[in-house]
Design a protein around this ligand. Structure first.
Ligand SMILES: Nc1nc2c(ncn2[C@@H]2O[C@H](COP(=O)(O)OP(=O)(O)OP(=O)(O)O)[C@@H](O)[C@H]2O)c(=O)[nH]1
Ligand SMILES: [Mg+2]
Length: 350
């Protein structure tokens, strides 16, 4: 999964990036540098499973973070959002809002950025309608005519200052629009970056953004980037102590990962063997055969069945043998809907 960090200049994007990735990139230097990091998705279940199968290693699921300073111009005054090709490839966006400086207005900043994204999508649509209409004049291609009609529907929607993600579309319509990679079609994780002494006021922001948050489309979290950036460099004991002192319930990385999983409707299933215990990311509702494809396309193609042990059963009985003895070992077919935490072994033949 790829998560792109956007926000106004000096809103704390790199700070939050560091807090989530554990990297130590320079902050506050107005450099507008691009940073990339791959972070492991924390998963206690892998740690618990590992000794049960004497695994040689643990492989976590991964999220790719892109810290993408998208605004042109100088300093805080720059207003024009530049959308790089990298940013368009992201599965979801994390929008960092300054709520720590004296004159901060996170709600207004969010609106500015949303307006910029709408504008960017409008430009994409206009150019594409023009291009297609030109071709239609010479070819009279029916599918092109259909596509233009669909683009015009999107255009009307955007003109009302609404986001593409809120436009109801059929599956086919979704498919034919996929290539445009609209910015306002991406789920948004809004990160309100609060001051060190305002962590306890986080709820205020829940209320402030309540009307914008929406299941599977937009999530909200408040963190203090500056503190989190320091927390992630501490060892576990110190970190826990400080978190308790400061009233922080979970480290930023956990919050960001969990919220973005929710946002994208993602879950993890697990595999456990001597070689490794490992988490694999899939979309909620994926059937077993499709889920197998995340490991290797051969397993999907040659799928025979899935042997499934519920994580809780694995922990309760302690071994595959004892799970079987307890009658909790399941054989599932290709249409089985894989659940979060299923420990799966795929049987396949190619
Ligand atoms: N007090 C306080 N300052 C913060 C916080 N987060 C970021 N800052 C400060 O804000 C300034 C900008 O932080 P950056 O993380 O570099 O912001 P950015 O959005 O990456 O900036 P550009 O990449 O230049 O657009 C730095 O001086 C940070 O120390 C915070 O939670 N609290
Ligand atoms: Mg930065």
């Amino acid at each position: 999964m790829k998560l792109g960090i956007i926000g106004k200049p000096q809103s704390g994007k790199t700070t939050v990036f560091n807090a989530a990735s554990g990297q130590q990139e320079a902050v506050g230097d107005f450099s507008k540098a691009i940073h990339k990091a791959i972070i492991k998705v924390p998963d206690e279940r892998l740690v618990a499973l590992s000794p049960l199968v004497s695994a040689k290693k643990i492989t976590y699921a991964e999220i790719e973070f892109l810290d993408a300073p998208g605004f042109s111009g100088k300093g805080k005054e720059s207003t024009e959002l530049e959308i790089s090709a990298d940013l368009r490839q992201m599965d979801a966006l994390m929008l960092v809002l300054d709520a720590f400086s004296d004159d901060a207005d996170p709600k207004a900043d969010m609106q500015d950025i949303v307006d910029e994204m709408i504008l960017a999508d409008q430009v994409t649509i206009e150019t594409n309608i023009e291009r297609r209409e030109k071709r239609i004049r010479t070819t009279n291609d029916k599918s092109l005519i259909q596509e233009v009609a669909l683009l015009k529907k999107c255009q009307t929607h955007l003109e009302q200052e609404k986001l593409m993600i809120d436009l109801e579309l059929t599956n086919d319509e979704h498919k034919s629009l996929r290539g445009y990679m609209f910015m306002t079609e991406k789920p948004l994780l809004i990160v309100v970056n609060v001051a060190e002494d305002k962590i306890s006021e986080s709820e205020k922001y829940d209320a402030l953004f309540a009307d914008f948050v929406s299941d599977n489309k937009r999530e909200l979290t408040s963190i203090c980037g500056k503190i989190e950036m320091e927390l992630i460099t501490l060892d576990d004991d110190d970190r826990e102590m400080f978190m308790e002192e400061l009233g922080i319930k979970a480290p930023a990385v956990d919050v960001v990962v969990q919220k973005s999983y929710n946002l994208l409707g993602l879950i993890s299933y697990l595999t456990a063997g001597e070689m490794e215990v490992r988490a694999w990311t899939i979309r909620k509702g994926s059937v077993a055969q499709k889920a197998a494809g995340v490991i290797h396309s051969d397993i999907e193609r040659g799928f025979i069945r899935a042997e499934v042990i519920k994580y809780a059963d694995y922990i309760e009985y302690g071994s595959e043998k004892d799970v079987k003895a307890a009658g909790k070992f399941r054989l599932e077919g290709k249409e089985y809907i894989v659940c979060d935490g299923d420990v799966v072994n795929f049987r396949f033949n190619v």
